[in-house]
Design a protein around this ligand. Structure first.
Ligand SMILES: CC(C)(COP(=O)(O)OP(=O)(O)OC[C@H]1O[C@@H](n2cnc3c(N)ncnc32)[C@H](O)[C@@H]1OP(=O)(O)O)[C@@H](O)C(=O)NCCC(=O)NCCS
Length: 154
């Protein structure tokens, strides 16, 4: 299978947060953010694998600052590591006021997806082509995280 660079599957989703996304104090629900994080991660993984994917692991997600009604959420996802059938994706959430433009990073998380073949079984994914020193460092850190996940897998 031909290697693919990280840039080929990188993705950014943006969405305005309205009243349906917030609690009565105007703060965006954590579940809304988690759904967007999972969607962005899954799209990046699918673009890499060119197969359907399922989420198998979500590392801890902390909410550093509230996101408010009227904010634009910008969710960026890129692969950090691939195994035979699994892929780790780093997802970063930024919130930005569309008029004042003041942006801040509110969350980041690592998620693992598995590609499925036509029988619904784990299917092989293309190797990842690492193009920069940063990508190589992130790969190494991701490989260690994936080893730890395998050890603690229930
Ligand atoms: C994904 C699934 C098909 C994998 O089945 P499985 O029997 O664990 O398959 P395998 O043991 O062959 O593992 C497949 C890959 O997933 C990885 N994996 C499995 N569980 C993992 C976990 N908890 N964390 C990290 N990686 C995991 C394995 O390391 C392996 O990676 P590799 O091929 O790159 O080495 C199965 O776990 C499943 O269907 N899970 C439910 C997924 C789901 O419904 N998600 C929510 C909605 S999308």
């Amino acid at each position: 299978m031909q290697s693919k660079p990280i840039s080929a599957s990188r993705i950014t989703l943006s969405q305005m947060m309205g009243p349906q996304d917030t609690n009565s104090y105007g703060n965006v629900h954590g579940g809304i953010i988690m759904k967007l994080v999972d969607e962005a991660g899954a799209i990046a993984a699918m673009r890499h694998a060119q197969k359907p994917v399922v989420t198998v692991a979500v590392d801890s997600m902390t909410f550093k600052e509230p996101i408010r009604i009227g904010d634009l959420i910008i969710v960026s996802a890129e692969l950090t590591y691939v195994g035979r059938t699994s892929m780790e994706v780093r997802v970063e959430v930024r919130a930005e006021h569309p008029i004042h433009g003041s942006g801040r990073i509110t969350n980041s998380a690592y998620l693992v997806y598995v590609a499925l073949d036509s029988d619904g079984r784990p299917g092989e994914v293309p190797p990842l082509l690492l193009e920069t020193e940063d990508e190589k460092l992130r790969w190494e850190a991701a490989r260690e995280r994936q080893q730890r996940r395998k050890l603690t897998k229930g």
